[in-house]
Design a protein around this ligand. Structure first.
Ligand SMILES: [Zn+2]
Ligand SMILES: [Zn+2]
Length: 258
């Protein structure tokens, strides 16, 4: 299975997961034009997209949904517990819901509940029977279940939103800082590092770790990258050799990981 971040960050998120029979998107922030632009860079048209899976109703994850409903006939899946909030936010009517693990074409779709200030936010894991891609972002904490959820994956997209010192010393109002730092906010670099460490202690599957939802105001891609690389080095794992580490950016499509 292949994973590409089309874009990732506080302004908008969209990830492409490809298997033998399916090309699916997770989230669709920003605009349909932006999604098409990034797909075109990969010589793909939107017609090849088999479904869109939404994590939660925040704008940076759903803002292209109304355009999708209007111009593209593509199934949109939202967890039953979050569907109403997505419907109310986007006014979209054609939303399919699910409440447990299900099969979509050649993909087994699993979800896990994230701790976030949304009606319901979930992480996704797609498996084709030989490998799996896991996406966990927009969560203020990561209990053991999330570590176990990610452990079977070959490729992981994990949030590494902010550096705590940059956030505290930065310009955000106190209330917003408190929200981001809370258990219903976003994962810091340090928290992401701890999750990576726990996943790598139990898993021999992970080949690619992509850090995403990086804050443009309270983080730097280099900080997120070296934080995780240092933790891996301390475990005797070398970046580029034992495991690949990359950072998904807002303004640039990532490489494709297999
Ligand atoms: Zn969110
Ligand atoms: Zn978000």
């Amino acid at each position: 299975m292949k994973f590409t971040s089309l874009y990732s960050g506080s302004k908008g998120n969209c990830y492409l997961i490809q298997s033998q029979e399916s090309n699916v998107l997770v989230d669709c922030g920003l605009s349909l034009a932006m999604i098409k632009d990034r797909l075109a860079q990969m010589h793909l048209s939107f017609k090849c997209i088999s479904a869109v899976f939404v994590t939660h109703e925040h704008t940076d994850h759903v803002s292209a949904l109304p355009q999708l409903e209007l111009f593209e006939k593509v199934p949109v899946f939202v967890h039953e517990k979050g569907a109403r909030a997505v419907q109310e936010k986007t006014l979209c009517k054609n939303i399919s819901t699910f409440d447990k693990t299900f099969q979509f074409r050649d993909l087994t779709v699993d979800t896990i509940c994230c701790s976030h200030d949304a009606a319901y936010c979930c992480g996704y894991r797609f498996s084709d029977g030989t490998s799996a891609v896991g996406i966990v972002a927009d969560t203020g904490c990561a209990p053991q279940e999330i570590v176990e959820f990610l452990a079977p994956c070959t490729t992981i997209l994990l949030e590494s939103n902010h550096d705590v010192d940059m956030l505290m010393g930065g310009p955000y109002p106190y209330k917003l800082k408190k929200r981001i730092l809370s258990t219903l906010g976003h994962l810091s670099n340090k928290q992401a590092g701890e999750i990576v460490q726990q996943v790598m202690q139990t898993s021999h599957n992970v080949k690619n770790i992509v850090l995403g939802h990086i804050s443009q105001n309270n983080n730097m891609p280099e900080l997120a990258f070296y934080n995780v690389v240092t933790i891996l080095e301390n475990m005797g794992l070398h970046e580029g050799k034992d495991v690949k580490v990359a950072v998904a950016l807002q303004d640039k499509r990532s490489a494709t990981f297999e």
